[in-house]
Each structure stands twice: as structure tokens, then as C-alpha cells.
Design a protein around this ligand. Structure first.
Ligand code: FES
Ligand code: FES
Length: 158
């Protein structure tokens, strides 16, 4: 079947098989390898993307259900002008080690700050709890999230 969807602002018409997940389509058909295939069971968050405004595990979304959807992956966070503030904060705070979890964490953090710009530290912690990281211990990740949040608040200040 052909599925038409928007990914990072670009329209794609993709031939997909019934068994294919959105994650598979992003990685193998569209060449967007940012979302990672780790557990493939909705447990680790490495495949996180924004799907019609909701943060989802793309390994759990069937490609056939993505007809007409708008999807944002980590490749869609920054632009030609540079990194997204969340990506920059991850770099600045050293929140990246092996990097395998990083795209999912960056997408989840950016989505959280967009939908809940005043999130408390506990809310940040809870929101990112579904993104498993085996390297950083989360301290740096949380510092990056707070730094990005403060940066956003400063940008919004008159
Ligand atoms: S690969 Fe999708 S949640 Fe782990
Ligand atoms: S940086 Fe390695 S799993 Fe998170």
C-alpha cells in the first residue's frame, strides 16, 4: 500500500508492507536514521518521534496508520541555521556519551518544553523516564533539559 505522510515538513508517498512500523519506514525507506531501533517493544524510547503532536515510540506505530500524519524526528529539530536549543544544551552539558539514546531524548525533551514550557524538575524527570540511557546517569540530561528550558524563557522575555 502507499502511505502519504509529512516528515519534518516534507511530504512523502511511501510504499509500505503491512508489517512495517513507522520506525522501519523512517529508517529504511526514508533514510532517517536518527530514531534508533533498540528494544522494538516500546520500552526504551530510543525511537521517539512526534506524531500528530504526540510523543510516540515509532516502533509501536504501524506505518499503515501513518496515512496523513505529521511526523517530526530528531533530524527535524534543528535547521540549516544550527542546532535546536535542546540539542545545543545536550552538547554543552555533556549529556551525550555513546549517543544511542540521544535522538529520542532530544525529541522527548523538545516536545516536553514545547508543550509544557514551565515544567518543574520533577515533571521533566518523569517525562524523560521512558527514555532509557545506559551511559549518562541522567544528571547531565536533566541539566541539559533545565538549561534549554531557561534559554527558552530568556528568549521569550521582553
Ligand atoms: S525501540 Fe521503540 S521503544 Fe525501544
Ligand atoms: S548516551 Fe549511551 S545510552 Fe544514553
Amino acid at each position: 500500500m502507499i502511505v502519504t505522510l509529512q516528515v519534518n515538513g516534507r511530504s512523502h508517498a511511501v510504499e509500505v508492507a503491512g508489517w512495517e512500523s513507522l520506525l522501519w519506514v523512517l529508517r529504511e525507506r526514508l533514510g532517517l536514521r536518527g530514531a534508533k531501533d533498540a528494544c522494538l517493544q516500546g520500552e526504551c524510547g530510543a525511537c521517539s518521534v512526534v506524531f500528530d503532536g504526540e510523543l510516540v515510540c515509532s516502533c509501536l506505530v504501524m506505518a499503515a496508520d501513518a496515512e496523513g500524519a505529521e511526523v517530526t524526528t530528531v533530524e527535524g529539530l534543528g535547521d540549516a541555521g544550527g542546532l535546536h536549543p535542546v540539542q545545543q544544551a545536550f552538547v554543552d552539558e555533556g549529556a551525550v556519551q555513546c549517543g544511542y539514546c540521544t535522538p529520542g531524548l532530544a525529541v522527548a525533551t523538545a516536545h516536553l518544553l514545547e508543550t509544557h514550557p514551565d515544567a518543574s524538575l520533577d515533571e521533566l524527570r518523569e517525562a524523560l523516564a521512558g527514555n532509557l540511557c545506559r551511559c549518562t546517569g541522567y544528571g547531565a540530561v536533566l541539566r541539559a533539559a533545565v538549561a534549554a528550558q531557561r534559554g527558552g524563557a530568556e528568549e521569550a522575555a521582553p
